[in-house]
Design a protein around this ligand. Sequence first.
Ligand SMILES: *[C@@H]1O[C@H](CO)[C@@H](O)[C@H](O)[C@H]1NC(C)=O
Ligand SMILES: *[C@@H]1O[C@H](CO)[C@@H](O)[C@H](O)[C@H]1NC(C)=O
Ligand SMILES: *[C@@H]1O[C@H](CO)[C@@H](O)[C@H](O)[C@H]1NC(C)=O
Ligand SMILES: *[C@@H]1O[C@H](CO)[C@@H](O)[C@H](O)[C@H]1NC(C)=O
Ligand SMILES: *[C@@H]1O[C@H](CO)[C@@H](O)[C@H](O)[C@H]1NC(C)=O
Ligand SMILES: *[C@@H]1O[C@H](CO)[C@@H](O)[C@H](O)[C@H]1NC(C)=O
Ligand SMILES: *[C@@H]1O[C@H](CO)[C@@H](O)[C@H](O)[C@H]1NC(C)=O
Ligand SMILES: *[C@@H]1O[C@H](CO)[C@@H](O)[C@H](O)[C@H]1NC(C)=O
Ligand SMILES: *[C@@H]1O[C@H](CO)[C@@H](O)[C@H](O)[C@H]1NC(C)=O
Ligand SMILES: *[C@@H]1O[C@H](CO)[C@@H](O)[C@H](O)[C@H]1NC(C)=O
Ligand SMILES: *[C@@H]1O[C@H](CO)[C@@H](O)[C@H](O)[C@H]1NC(C)=O
Ligand SMILES: *[C@@H]1O[C@H](CO)[C@@H](O)[C@H](O)[C@H]1NC(C)=O
Length: 541
Amino acid sequence: MAPAGRRLPTPLSGLLFLFLSACVTVSGGAAANRKPNILLVLADDLDVAMGGMTPLAKTKKLIGDAGITFTNAFVASPLCCPSRASILTGRYPHNHHVINNTLEGNCSSTAWQKSQEPLTFPALLHNQAGYQTFFAGKYLNQYGDAKAGGLGHVPLGWTQWIGLERNSKYYNYTLSVNGKPQSHGADYSKDYLTDVLANVSLEFLKDKSSYQPFFMMVSTPAPHSPWTPAPQYQNTYNNTKAPRDPNFNVHGKDKHWLIRQAKTPMSNSSVQFLDNAFRNRWRTLLSVDDLVERLVRDLEARKELDNTYIFFTSDNGYHTGQFSLPLDKRQLYEFDIRVPLMVRGPNIKPNQTSPLPVANVDLGPTMLDIAGYDVNKTQMDGMSFLPVLEGRANTSSWRTDVLVEYEGEGHNVSDPSCPVLGPGVSECFPDCVCEDSFNNTYACVRTVAPSANLQYCEFDDKEVFVEVYNVTADPYQLANIAKTIDQEVLERMNHRLMMLQSCSGPSCRTPGVYDSRYRFDPRQMFGSHRTRLSRLRHVLK
Ligand SMILES: *[C@@H]1O[C@H](CO)[C@@H](O)[C@H](O)[C@H]1NC(C)=O
Ligand SMILES: *[C@@H]1O[C@H](CO)[C@@H](O)[C@H](O)[C@H]1NC(C)=O
Ligand SMILES: *[C@@H]1O[C@H](CO)[C@@H](O)[C@H](O)[C@H]1NC(C)=O
Ligand SMILES: *[C@@H]1O[C@H](CO)[C@@H](O)[C@H](O)[C@H]1NC(C)=O
Ligand SMILES: *[C@@H]1O[C@H](CO)[C@@H](O)[C@H](O)[C@H]1NC(C)=O
Ligand SMILES: *[C@@H]1O[C@H](CO)[C@@H](O)[C@H](O)[C@H]1NC(C)=O
Ligand SMILES: *[C@@H]1O[C@H](CO)[C@@H](O)[C@H](O)[C@H]1NC(C)=O
Ligand SMILES: *[C@@H]1O[C@H](CO)[C@@H](O)[C@H](O)[C@H]1NC(C)=O
Ligand SMILES: *[C@@H]1O[C@H](CO)[C@@H](O)[C@H](O)[C@H]1NC(C)=O
Ligand SMILES: *[C@@H]1O[C@H](CO)[C@@H](O)[C@H](O)[C@H]1NC(C)=O
Ligand SMILES: *[C@@H]1O[C@H](CO)[C@@H](O)[C@H](O)[C@H]1NC(C)=O
Ligand SMILES: *[C@@H]1O[C@H](CO)[C@@H](O)[C@H](O)[C@H]1NC(C)=O
């Protein structure tokens, strides 16, 4: 294994490895036996439920058709910062403590930098597994904040770092290039961020050391707001509208408080606004599709493609008009928690799909597994799906559920433009329909087993609200069956949820309620578990 303890400027580390590898080559043929490379392309707010993959035709062909597409991929939290923290650490939010998009909620805070950054999978790939590592694009929403080291802070474990200051933008932004600020204006040929990311990634591939495997993470701003398309794409999809699925512009009467406050039908101006956003989201994705194509073609030309795993996914889904919420993420429903996930690479047969449930906490363990690093040595909650990629997993003993956790964001003062709703809410745009509130705080078990395709969620609000969906019978989640479902199923799901909410490492991977190995033992319920169960019984009576 190549030693790679320190972060060094690339040319120097290149030389160092040239030097160190000389002896390795003589004894073992380093280049031939080199570990596989890994490329992760992470989109921002890309859904799979509303056709988000449609503009990504080349990506589908070059990654999905050349490998495997997961049809049940979920995120541990449907919001950028907590979700990205789950990807990087392989942990659920209750273990990485990044609970919202603000510094106070640990988004790129100094506490995160000290306690979590050293445990991220890229840091392990770099410091333990001999990888050169490259990052370009959006990191965590508060990255670059002066209170947390500014742009001078380069997270541990990156050989090359090109990190976007704060949240997604397409023009007029600042990058941290290995700790030094680089400002960009609004000239398409020099500044369009998706294209800049493609160009710096290609430069990395040109300049990298050829004696070490590489890991690249390319994290696009698209299709996040402000949805600025490249000029050549600004007139495409002129007649496209957000899908008018059965859950579009309907009142979610049997759902939690936040959904019940949405105005139905939405105003025409809201509908126009969301249709326009929908078109622009797709337009921005055309540049992502170009980025993927350029990277794959370049790897091919460098004869690296056959030794490179390529992952394509997103940090959360999105909605436009579902249950009359104009547009955002943050909800427990399929449109927000489901993401695209496609992987190609050595030993992955082409044109496969897998219905096995996987979550974003599994990405880190999988990539460490690819690198030959023993995932059991980490404190990650997720599990490697490399056996699934390689077709050697026992699909009948695969895990049957994943945890979703979300802490609602709110403001303690009323929004001046929507005073009627009072304090506690946020994202009230357009039309004073709020997409979030402090009490939009929930946790769910999402079960995908041969015998059940079910979602069970509990809210931490005044009503202790419960939502349950049979996703097989009701893919659009129109009917909350919490009050009609078998009481025993409900209690088992409640038990499983409490167990997962306090899980850590191996206990997060134990068999779920619909696994034949599951044992429900009411004697395990004590203290707060018992209180929650009796509250649940009371509420659902
Ligand atoms: C932020 O992270 C630190 C370290 O993990 C933790 O002690 C603290 O409780 C977290 N803050 C919040 C608001 O969760
Ligand atoms: C970029 O900044 C310039 C100068 O402030 C401004 O005129 C322009 O509208 C901005 N463009 C975008 C797309 O933000
Ligand atoms: C990216 O590189 C191409 C080819 O060198 C160049 O034409 C284009 O202007 C560059 N784009 C940006 C945004 O830097
Ligand atoms: C799309 O719409 C724009 C602006 O409304 C218009 O300028 C353009 O000609 C249209 N393009 C096509 C192909 O219809
Ligand atoms: C809103 O749009 C619908 C359908 O396009 C139309 O029937 C209705 O009159 C419009 N309402 C207003 C207030 O403009
Ligand atoms: C994958 O399937 C598509 C559509 O059936 C086919 O055109 C393509 O050749 C297949 N690709 C591979 C690599 O087998
Ligand atoms: C990791 O732990 C699991 C479960 O205990 C075990 O099945 C597996 O063999 C271990 N992996 C390694 C590389 O030791
Ligand atoms: C696969 O898992 C099932 C269920 O746990 C078990 O009964 C079976 O023996 C396993 N098959 C193999 C080949 O390990
Ligand atoms: C984010 O979480 C922190 C810690 O709980 C809290 O103080 C802050 O108010 C939250 N921010 C928002 C916008 O809800
Ligand atoms: C805002 O309100 C929340 C919920 O009531 C409370 O937990 C938090 O401490 C308040 N924050 C501030 C800064 O007052
Ligand atoms: C949620 O919070 C809002 C705003 O503070 C409040 O009006 C509403 O009653 C709360 N609902 C529940 C179920 O807690
Ligand atoms: C869910 O719906 C399917 C199809 O209608 C049905 O077969 C199954 O029994 C339902 N599951 C539960 C737990 O209600």
